[in-house]
Design a protein around this ligand. Structure first.
Ligand SMILES: NC(=O)c1ccc[n+]([C@@H]2O[C@H](COP(=O)([O-])OP(=O)(O)OC[C@H]3O[C@@H](n4cnc5c(N)ncnc54)[C@H](O)[C@@H]3O)[C@@H](O)[C@H]2O)c1
Length: 344
């Protein structure tokens, strides 16, 4: 049994990741501040599901709920600490108490469009917060690190598929710029302090517990409620949609890789190597729900990239990454979850 510190473990990807680590018999120290990017109750539900807690949680208000939640879910294998990665004293207390084998850093302000409205908050959490995590690791001798980067670092690059060797100096949103910064800062700490690192560039992740601001969740909900579907642009943008289970498998491969070697500093795409047009995504959801969308088109949003398309040969070569879920299959699973378990 190893002890892994997961930042952002109450979020969409983080809760699946914690669940998988627990199922493999590891101990998880989860740090999350339940940021207001979306409803904190969704994240409480994520924590309950990822820890297999069946008891109903008595919601009152955010402050009280977050102070009671750790007692509700904590046990020998799982410890939730409601803390902000920007606060060094909070991190210090955790790293002082725990013997952490590796950190999987997922906490961030996610989302491209809101980063344009609030760039300094994104910089504060995603860059400064990441540096605080690295500082805590440095001081406490933790030398293995996975960090969430993003396909958005490729900007509007024309060459496809996107490869890790491509130069990514042309971000088109503050969010993307912060993720690129994390990659650079990660390299600095690797070079200076020997922190073995894999930066994982996730490509549009979807599945159960998906963030409510993301297209697949929004479209499903609007269609299900018989609402008009708001689509930005002419439907020709393309994304490499990656199912959550494939991402978690990829993360496990990366974790094994970084833990079994040194020195390691790698940047690795986790996508599917298929790119799907927005119009086709809408059609797939329509087919699954058995409803036809009434589409309202709005202008393309600033910061949105034209396409994402991952070259995944590096992840395959380094740790055998092989995504298995086709879009139609993943949407079927997502809608099944939406109908049976989604509580928001
Ligand atoms: N979902 C995707 O398609 C996608 C794609 C590319 C990259 N990523 C990256 O993957 C990671 C996880 O994304 P997600 O979709 O699960 O997002 P999410 O918002 O569901 O999860 C992020 C978690 O971080 C927590 N957090 C935010 N600020 C914090 C702070 N200051 N201190 C402590 N915790 C804080 C949030 O409360 C949340 O639970 C993020 O780094 C994101 O940028 C996600």
């Amino acid at each position: 049994m190893r002890t892994y510190c997961v930042t952002g473990g109450a979020g969409f990807i983080g809760s699946h990741w914690c669940e998988r680590l627990l199922s493999l018999g590891h101990r998880v120290v989860c740090i999350d501040n339940f940021a207001d990017f979306y409803d904190y109750k969704i994240k409480i539900s994520n924590v309950l599901q990822s820890t297999g807690t069946k008891r109903a949680f008595p919601y009152r208000n955010k402050k009280e709920d977050l102070s009671r939640l750790p007692d509700f879910v904590n046990g020998p294998a799982y410890k939730l600490v409601v803390a902000d990665i920007r606060h060094s004293d909070e991190l210090e207390a955790i790293f002082e108490q725990e013997r952490i084998d590796a950190v999987i850093h997922l906490a961030a302000m996610a989302g491209v469009r809101p980063s344009i409205d609030n760039p300094l908050l994104y910089e504060d959490v995603n860059v400064r917060g990441t540096m605080q995590v690295l500082e805590a690791m440095r001081k406490h001798g933790v030398r293995k690190w996975l960090c969430a980067s993003s396909s958005s670092v490729y900007g509007n690059q024309l060459k496809v598929p996107f490869s890790e060797q491509d130069v990514v100096d042309r971000s088109i949103s503050p969010y993307a710029a912060t993720k690129k910064s994390c990659e650079v800062v990660g390299h600095t700490y690797h070079h200076l302090y020997g922190i073995d690192t894999i930066m994982l560039r996730f490509f549009t992740v979807y599945g159960a517990r998906q963030r409510p601001d993301l297209a697949i969740y929004k479209f499903t909900r609007m269609l299900d409620h018989g609402e008009e579907l708001t689509v930005y642009g002419d439907g020709s943008t393309r994304r490499d949609y990656t199912y959550i289970d494939d991402i978690i498998d990829g993360m496990l491969g990366a974790l094994h890789y970084v833990e079994s070697r040194e020195p390691v500093y790698e940047i690795v795409n986790l996508g599917t190597n298929h790119t799907i047009e927005l119009a086709e995504l809408v059609q797939t959801i329509e087919n699954e729900l058995g409803r036809k969308a009434n589409i309202r088109r709005l202008p393309k949003q600033p910061g949105d990239v034209e396409k994402t398309y991952a070259d995944i040969t590096k992840a395959n070569r380094l740790f055998g990454y092989e995504p298995k879920t086709q879009l139609a299959q993943g949407i079927t699973r997502f809608v099944t979850w939406y109908r049976s378990e989604c509580v928001w």
